[in-house]
Write a protein that binds this ligand. Sequence first.
Ligand code: BGC
Length: 436
Amino acid sequence: MNWLISFLLFFSSLNGDEFLWGVSISEYQNSGADRIPNCNWAEWEKLGNPYIVGAQKSGQSSRHYDQYQNYFPLFDELGLNAFRFSIEWALVEPEEGKFDLEVIEHYRQELEALNRRGISPMVTLHHFTDPTWFSERGGWEKEENIPLFTRYCAKVFESLHEGSRLWCVINEPNAYSFMGYFLGAFPPGIQEPQKMGEVLANMLKAHVAVYKTIKPIDPDAQIGFVHAYLTFEPYHWWNPIESIPCSYLTHLFNEGELQFFKEGRFSYYAPFVADVNFEDAEAVDAYDFIGLNFYSRALISMVASTQVLDSVCYPDEVMTDMPFAVYPEGLYLALKDLSTFGKPIYVTENGAPDHRDDRREMWIKGYLAAMHRAIDEGVDVRGYFYWTLVDNFEWAEGWNMEFGLYKMNNDGSFKLKEGSKAYQRHIRKQRGLVNN
Ligand code: BGC
């Protein structure tokens, strides 16, 4: 009988370490302002044009919060074994210091339902949205607000850690701070590089504080940071008018955050406009994995384009609906770069905005091949989460950017897009599932 028990244990340990094939969503993008009216994004939506293209509304989106069960048949159809979603701070803590236990119980049930179906959850504690009360207190601009976030994370983690092994603290501190404080395209709409640096620094400090608070509660939990990996590259490599701003932008957006986690040193500098520095040696041990969100690169041309900072593509490249090209090589390069950190990596987001559904298949095949190439060369990638399951509210772009593997019909049913079948076939082959 011993051999049977050993076999079962061996098998279950294999299963536990199985590569994760998933999809990624965020609560606000998939549940909308009708469900979450008390956050910074619901307020931002009220401003309409030009802050949100065409003054579109997120409404109820695809009702993740209330009807998450409707996603389950889609997981089965795709053959997934993982699902990344975010918990909404504004729902959990609608008023400062007052936690809604029903909301926490709701999330506990969702985690339980996922586990019962053999779907490994990956939970994100912050995905771009802040409760209105937090914004009113100065949000991430104030270092003294960090304990407010830590308290929320501790409450959620204490209550829910048994339901999920994988936790992401903050989704893309670099993109949150860049969009909100450098470009001003996200709330609070500020265009001050120095402020971006201060906000980013506070978010990185918050990550470390959260990790140190929650890790001891459950040392088996795997807690990571999620980075938007984006480099800015000159279209004409010989042109300093392009290459100099690109190297600063790559430094501010990409390198500062990564250097912090690699070396415990945050430096953020651009002449005359920004200078933020601090050190925290504990940062290098304040994460168990890296979450990589990779889409493409920003190829900047001051000559071929009329707009400063407009991103273009080379003639032999295929553009998506956003100003970035299909660029699988970039995922390979990013994985190789991050492999030097010596921690496991999950591709926590990757996907194409493609309203015609005529580039999605090419995207999926190219990026998955690039990831497998990195894995074959020894990079420790543990999972891949496609962004996203169903067309959702793409922030300032509203409904115009269709990243979904599925389209939602007017009657609330979901339809798998043709191009998405490449992902379905890939997962089924990799997981040895029979074709449906
Ligand atoms: C964000 C998502 C967003 C996606 C596509 C990522 O930076 O985490 O919320 O929808 O990019 O733009």
